[in-house]
Write a protein that binds this ligand. Structure first.
Ligand code: PLP
Length: 381
């Protein structure tokens, strides 16, 4: 067995033993009582996590990109115009999905490192009408967090269906569907929810369900939520074989989140982000993302002068921590560190110690304990 390394890429996040144990349970019938109980429970819990009293959850085999596709195909018909708010890589992917399905759309974009502001959204909506507006809550390439609540205030008067890509946010940063008027939260299992990759996850509001029903037929089969709805209500029915083990593990992941407390989980994500950034800053790193848009789920980190990307990441891996390189225009210039899901304060400390050791190994003069001292000013336990 290779020695396990701490996986701090921006998803998948490390998976705790309770979830791995649930994954390893014997495979059961996809229409049997065990599966039905776990899927129903997971749907109930998911509603709590996105603060939706009456929403319809969908949990199907796939990944975040399938959820993006499902959200669009089930809300945007031939008569609709979609506005994609793009702050980076995954907003652009939303636009590519619109193109692939010939969905009429415009993109309102901003430079990498910040998110489109609610003022910019408001200005755009004064010039053109849209039936569907889509945003990326946290773009995993840039580390920027969009002001979702402010968007919803602007959108309230328009009646547009509001879709939030929460792949790098759901379960780590608040998404209050009912209070904020979000119509679809789409996400995936492998980031803040802490499960291994393998699930596309969505919650549709009553309004979004109404929109889907109004579209009648859509250019999708597996992705059609109306085919999944009877299964989500009664998992003893069959449409397409669900990934039984993954769903049982996901149900366990939901239990862990609710045991921690959802608000406490958001606070923990904030605290660990601050602690890690303090440690990194003390060691001479700086950050790519505009500070007023920084997400608590990942950091996009610039190197001190003279530290080379590949050598640093290889050294860090040798010291037990895996981080990701930059995407697109940031490749080679930054590394991306995820700090989401079921991370512990011991792992935060371990990560900073490993960064410090790596810098020393690259010949940088670092006073031992510099990183951990900064981290400890945030973490008491
Ligand atoms: C914000 C965001 N949206 C969508 C996706 C696509 O998810 P997946 O890779 O699971 O298809 C990602 C993946 O990192 C993401 O970060």
């Amino acid at each position: 067995m290779p020695q396990e390394k701490l996986l701090l890429i921006p998803g998948p996040s490390p998976v705790v033993p309770r979830i791995l144990d649930a994954l390893a349970l014997p495979t059961v019938s996809h229409v049997g009582p065990d599966m039905a109980r776990d899927l129903k429970e997971a749907c109930e819990s998911l509603r709590k996590i996105v603060f939706s009293a009456e929403g319809e959850p969908f949990i199907v085999a796939g990944a975040g990109t399938l959820s993006m596709e499902m959200a669009l195909l089930n809300t945007a018909g031939p008569a609709d115009r979609v506005l994609v708010l793009s702050q980076g890589y995954f907003g652009d992917r939303m636009a590519q999905i619109c193109q692939a399905f010939r969905i009429d759309h415009d993109v309102l974009e901003c430079e990498w490192g910040r998110a489109v502001t609610s003022r910019e959204l408001d200005q755009r909506l004064k010039t053109k009408n849209y039936n569907v507006v889509v945003c990326t809550h946290v773009d995993t390439a840039t580390g920027a967090c969009a002001p979702v609540e402010e968007y919803s205030q602007v959108l309230e008067r328009t009646g547009a269906v509001f879709i939030v890509d929460g792949v790098c946010a759901t379960g780590g940063i608040p998404e209050r569907m009912d209070a904020w008027g979000i119509d679809v939260v789409l996400t995936a299992a492998q980031k803040c929810l802490g499960t291994p990759p393998g699930l596309a996850i969505l919650v549709f509001s009553a309004r979004a369900m109404e929109k889907r029903r109004g579209l009648k037929s859509i250019p999708a089969y597996y992705s059609d939520i109306l085919r999944w709805l009877p299964i989500m209500h009664d998992p003893t029915k069959y449409f397409s074989t669900p990934c039984v083990n993954e769903i049982r593990a996901f149900a366990e992941a939901m239990r862990i989140i609710l045991e921690e407390g959802i608000e406490e989980r958001f606070e923990r994500h904030d605290l660990y982000a601050q602690a890690l950034r303090a440690g990194l800053e003390a060691l001479g790193f700086s950050f790519f993302t505009d500070p007023s848009f920084e997400a608590s789920t990942l950091s996009v980190v610039r190197y001190p002068d003279g530290v080379e990307d590949k050598a640093f990441r290889a050294g860090l891996a040798a010291n037990g921590v895996i981080v990701a390189g930059g995407l697109g225009p940031t490749a080679g210039r930054v590394f991306r560190m995820g700090h989401m899901g079921n991370l512990t304060s011991a792992q935060v400390r371990f990560a900073i110690d490993a960064v410090e050791k790596t810098l020393a190994g690259l010949g940088r003069a670092v006073k031992p304990g510099t990183g951990s001292k900064a981290v400890d000013s945030f973490l008491t336990a």
